[in-house]
Design a protein around this ligand. Structure first.
Ligand SMILES: [Zn+2]
Ligand SMILES: [Zn+2]
Length: 113
């Protein structure tokens, strides 16, 4: 299987990280995370301590506003307001319904609970 490219850095390959038996893919450079459909919802059930390895990075307005392509199917990601935290804009694929969180955005999502 070919590695997935970071939608924001493009040149970097995402690294698979396992949390609670769910495999998510994170960029070692910008710390953004790719979630396949329903993976994020499943992970938000986890304890905050279990999610620690994923919460590196700070929100960066530059990469937040940058448009990216889906690492699975190459479709342009749509920028939509998160239903959990409307102040947060996340990137969603109109094809596979996967979701990209920029570095720091998972932390911002967790703070809303
Ligand atoms: Zn990246
Ligand atoms: Zn997709």
């Amino acid at each position: 299987m070919q590695g997935m490219r970071c939608p924001k850095c493009n040149t970097r390959e995402l690294v698979a990280t396992r949390v609670r038996g769910i495999e998510v893919d994170q960029c070692p450079a910008c710390h953004g995370i790719w979630f396949d459909e329903s993976e994020l919802a499943a992970l938000l059930q986890a304890e905050p301590s279990e999610l620690k390895p994923l919460t590196r990075g700070r929100t960066d307005p530059g990469s937040d506003q940058q448009k990216g392509a889906c690492p699975r199917d190459g479709r342009l990601l749509m920028r939509v307001h998160s239903t959990r935290n409307p102040r947060l804009v996340v990137d969603v694929c109109p094809g596979c319904r996967g979701l990209w969180l920029d570095g720091g955005e998972l932390t911002a999502l967790l703070q809303t609970r």
